[in-house]
Structures are given as C-alpha cells and as structure tokens.
Design a protein. Structure first.
Lengths: 120, 120
C-alpha cells in the first residue's frame, strides 16, 4: 500500500462506515461514544475506523478535553476535489457526445415519422 | 473490504500508478504495452492495476480489436466529484474563518504599529 498523501486519503474513503463518520462530523464535533450510536458497531471497531481517518488527516481529535471530541478536517477533501476536477472535462465531453447522439436519433425518428405520415 | 460502488472506486484510486494510468488514458485510448512505457513496471504488474481499475468501472477494454485498447470511463469519477462536493461548504467555511482571523491579526498589527509610531 502506497503512503503518499492522496493515496492514504482515497484508502480512508474506501469504506462506507468511515464516509458515514465524516458525514456525521460535517454537522459538528462528536465524541467516540456519540459516533458509535448510529452504527451497530462496537467502540473498538469505530475507534479503528477513526484511527484510519486520523492517519489520513481527515479527522482530528482535541488533546485538551478529557472526552477528546473528533472533528472533520476538510483539507484532504479539498485535495480530492481538485484531483477529480481535472477529469471534469472528460465526463462532460462524454455527456455532450451522448446528448448529440440522442438528438441525432430524435431527428431521424422525426424524419421517419414524417415520411410515414406523408404516406398515409 | 466493502464492495459498494463508491468504496471500490476510492480503493482503486488509492494508488499513484493507477492514478497515473487514468491520467494517461484521459488523453486518449492506449494498449497495455503503451501504458507500460512510462512506468518502470512489468506488463503483469500493469495488468494487475488495470484489472482493479476495470473492476471499479474506471477503465473499459475494447472486445473487438486484437490489441484491446483501454479507455477511461469517467462516470465513477463524476460520482466521486458529487460525493466530495457535499463537503465543499466545510472547507470554504474553514478558509473563510482563517481569512477573517488573518484580517483581525492584520488590524491588530496595524493598531499596535500606529501606537508605536505615535509614541516616537
């Protein structure tokens, strides 16, 4: 497993529970106990997921407070957005081409229909 | 390892070689031999990476041509863009807050500097 920054972000995001934890933290800080509530998972299982998110820099935990609340760190997500944005033109072109193709089909359909109507 | 759609996309993206393959394919179709050229990797190693990308639906290979060129499939990347876009407001808020904080520091700095100048 590669350890570059973007790779560890993507690896951390490759799990639905971890993505659900991030979604929960996007609404505000939470303790591990609070994070466990919506999931049918043990505290150690959630802690393991949190460690992966922490190592990827997606979650930070307060050092001062005894209950050490977790908070979302959005900077790695911004890197993901910037990375994927470079491909935007690819899928936009694909959809443009599909759109153009569908319009051609529609025009042909109309022409055929027109001919049929004239024949009647 | 979870097998949901978004998880397998993120898992496939968690490797710099696989991301480099996608970058190459974003410029046009390529055969496995052509994909091997820029990497100091064996054909089996590249083929293994390609299989991961194919399983995630990020790469498709033509069935007709004998050399079976690979092409980028952008739809899963669009899903990644949509997923990460939900967090845009989080990092924008963070940067807004940082910006406001830096402006406060600047104002305080100016006030201090003003007081010093008046004292001279």
């Amino acid at each position: 497993m590669s350890t570059d920054h973007l790779s560890s972000t993507f690896a951390a995001l490759a799990d639905p529970t971890r993505r659900a934890i991030l979604a929960r933290l996007s609404t505000g800080e939470a303790t591990v106990t609070q994070l466990c509530e919506p999931f049918e998972m043990s505290m150690p299982a959630i802690s393991k997921h949190l460690k992966v998110l922490e190592r990827a820099g997606l979650v930070a935990r307060s050092r001062d407070a005894q209950w050490r609340p977790c908070r979302l760190e959005a900077a790695p997500l911004k890197d993901v957005a910037e990375w994927v944005d470079a491909y935007r033109r690819v899928w936009e072109q694909r959809f443009d081409r599909l759109d153009a193709y569908l319009r051609t089909l529609q025009t042909e359909e109309r022409k055929k229909h027109g001919r049929k109507q004239r024949k009647r």
